[in-house]
Design a protein around this ligand. Structure first.
Ligand code: SAH
Length: 334
């Protein structure tokens, strides 16, 4: 059993015990039930047996101390990675939703290791718990989440949404929904389901190419669901939620970064009925096969988009030196 079973394990106890246990784990950030001295000894012992609190991980810290990567050991000895990024005013955690990933995108290190299994709700929230414990000594907390680690969140929809509810809940992590983002290749079923949840989480779509033949080459999932179908589901999402969508676009030298590619992207997005979107240009982080676009190429690409009135941002690079950047998570020791 794990933290997801806390209510079940405490079902026979007086109701206030659940509140005390949650307070101990999620506010006081205890790492061992023996520290929860408000609970009777016998209950602490039962909880120690049924719900282990320890998260076993190896931590690496980048030279500038802004990126902290955790290689977490799961019960079945598989490993995942999660990354804490320390911005001036925010502590963002990049979460994994799977061990490995079945999508096999050409540019992504996680795709290369294949799919092992989905993570449980507890395994997802444990990644945040670990970093809250890490930040405790500085009196800080994780206050923003991106599902951009290993795996495709919408192929583990129920557990990802279950975890988001716990992260959002005031009694647990109290992280505002607006500070939680899901990044997906655009699994249509997931986009449609998310639109119907009444949750203000952010949606990011990994686009990376503006035509079907190139997108299918670098993202095999595109052979099953075309760009047109993905964009249609995004338009429906917008109609229902009125929430702005982010399109992610990795800049890979000689593959998708020409000015012709930029004009094609402009044309594709101009076809959308809504204008509530932005494009996030991401430098390709080396994973062995491709090369990153030069800063000049990115600048020129960006100005083509901007000239046609598209809002563009560039993602700050975190953690390349410790292989903690987007697409580099492969849990080397899996
Ligand atoms: N499966 C989801 C979430 C995981 S990847 C998705 O594809 O969106 C999170 C982001 O990192 C995605 O936009 C993904 O395309 C991007 N990414 C993958 N490999 C990368 C690399 N080598 N360099 C930069 N970004 C990469």
């Amino acid at each position: 059993m794990d933290l997801g079973n806390l209510e079940k394990v405490l079902a026979g106890e007086p109701a206030f015990r659940l509140g005390q246990a949650k307070q101990a784990v999620f506010r006081d950030l205890i790492e061992d039930w023996q520290e929860a001295t408000v609970l009777p000894l016998s209950l602490r012992e039962k909880l120690s047996k049924d719900i282990p609190l320890k998260v076993v991980a190896e931590i690496s810290v980048s030279k500038d101390k802004k990126t902290i990567k955790a290689l977490i050991n799961l019960k079945d000895d598989l490993k995942i990675e999660a990354v804490l990024m320390r911005h001036q005013d925010r502590n963002t955690v990049c979460l994994s939703s799977m061990v490995g990933c079945p999508l096999a995108c050409e540019f992504c290190a996680t795709g290369k290791i294949g799919f092992k299994r989905n993570l449980t709700i507890a395994e997802i929230i444990n990644q945040v718990l670990l970093f809250n414990r890490y930040l405790k000594k500085e009196n800080q907390r994780v206050n923003s989440i991106v599902f951009m680690g290993m795996g495709e969140p919408f192929l583990n929809y129920d557990n990802v949404l279950g975890a988001i509810r716990v992260l959002n809940d005031q009694d647990y992590f109290n992280i505002g929904a607006r500070h939680i983002s899901i990044s997906t290749v655009g699994i249509i079923d997931g986009v449609e389901k998310l639109a119907k949840e009444s949750l203000q989480v952010n949606l990011a779509i990994s686009l990376h190419a503006a035509n079907d033949s190139l997108r299918s080459e670098i993202m095999p999932i595109n052979k099953n669901q075309s760009l047109g179908e993905v964009l249609k589901s995004v338009e429906n999402y917008f109609k229902t939620t009125r929430r702005k969508v982010m399109f992610e676009y990795i800049m890979i030298a000689g593959i998708n970064d020409s000015l012709k590619n930029a004009r094609e992207l402009t044309g594709l997005l101009a076809g959308l009925k809504s204008t509530a979107f932005m494009v996030n240009l991401i430098s390709y982080n080396p994973t062995g096969i491709f090369k990153a676009s030069t800063p000049k190429q990115i600048k020129d690409f960006k100005s083509v988009l901007e000239k046609s009135g598209i809002e563009v941002t560039q993602r700050y690079r975190f953690g390349q030196t410790i292989k903690a950047a987007c697409g580099q998570l492969a849990a080397d020791k899996t």
